[in-house]
Write a protein that binds this ligand. Sequence first.
Ligand SMILES: CC(C)(COP(=O)(O)OP(=O)(O)OC[C@H]1O[C@@H](n2cnc3c(N)ncnc32)[C@H](O)[C@@H]1OP(=O)(O)O)[C@@H](O)C(=O)NCCC(=O)NCCS
Length: 331
Amino acid sequence: MINKYNAKISGTGMYVPTKILNNYDLEKIVDTSDEWIRTRTGMFERHIAAENQAVSDLAYEATLKALEAADLRARDLDMIIIASVSNDHAFPSTGCILQKMLGIKNFPAFDISAGCTGWIYGANIAKLYIENGIYKNILLVGVEILSKITNWKDRNTCVLFGDGAGATIISRASSSDISQFIDSELSADGSNYELLIQAAGGSRMPASQQTIKDNKHTVYMEGNKIFKLAIRSMYTACHTVLKRNNLDIHSIDWLITHQANMRIIDALGKKLRIEDDKVIVNIDKYANTSAATIPIALDESIRNGKIRHGDLVLMTSFGAGLTSGSLLIRY
Ligand SMILES: CC(C)(COP(=O)(O)OP(=O)(O)OC[C@H]1O[C@@H](n2cnc3c(N)ncnc32)[C@H](O)[C@@H]1OP(=O)(O)O)[C@@H](O)C(=O)NCCC(=O)NCCS
């Protein structure tokens, strides 16, 4: 397919709630230790949403920053995509709620459910709409409040997650622009979907007193079974894109992987043979914010001057589904 236009990232923004929960705070909640969490995951702090905050509130704050960075107004947007598994409501979509908060209407707004890979899935959708010439500016937000669907009695999961939002404006690039989306790869393997799930609240297991008693409305994860799959799937997604574009890993300036576990990030970096100092890591500050990890890391790295215009940035993620994907851009 010959693209009419190129897509590019024209602005990014992030927002994390003010409350911070560190490993020592967690030691008071469950049978864990700072030492275990640090050595097994690389995490130290995570941000936790206030009682009255929903994902649309976090998404809104991040969006204002992204619009400012892109030098656009809300009315310049042509589409809103929200990547989240912890939406304001089962329905309507958070995309529509955010549209109302921004005071705009009469264009498509929707959510996608691809777990931690949600932002990569959304970027792929946005890329196609921009390249076909259908839209000029698409808002994509990866946002989660996993703290509200966490079982705070389960040490296997409650130490792992944090709340936050990363907003990105994906726009049509001008013909002279060096910034552009180069390629993207998506995949899913539903055969292991039960390994990472919020079981109750849908049509399979509607909410009942029993589901609440059994903690079925919270995140269940068999982390050790997912561990190797995460490394393998992200490696395949990166390798496919590199190979398809005849690129050597050494030509990549930055690798941003999903921030689920420092040991996964390290193992993936080694398998890809990328230099350690090209791998962006912020897991110590935010833990796993699911669909928000990549856009948060992207925004931070752009704002702190690590990622500069013209850099080749490879991003990859893995999550519930089990989904995986990669996105290669020249920023
Ligand atoms: C979740 C994860 C950090 C657990 O690390 P792990 O090294 O696999 O640990 P295990 O689950 O095998 O548990 C090892 C031991 O630590 C214990 N443990 C688990 N959580 C603990 C905690 N917070 N504090 C102390 N001990 C803990 C377990 O009970 C187990 O004890 P046992 O050996 O006595 O039974 C890791 O498996 C992981 O990151 N998985 C992938 C996550 C992922 O990519 N998810 C997809 C995207 S969200």
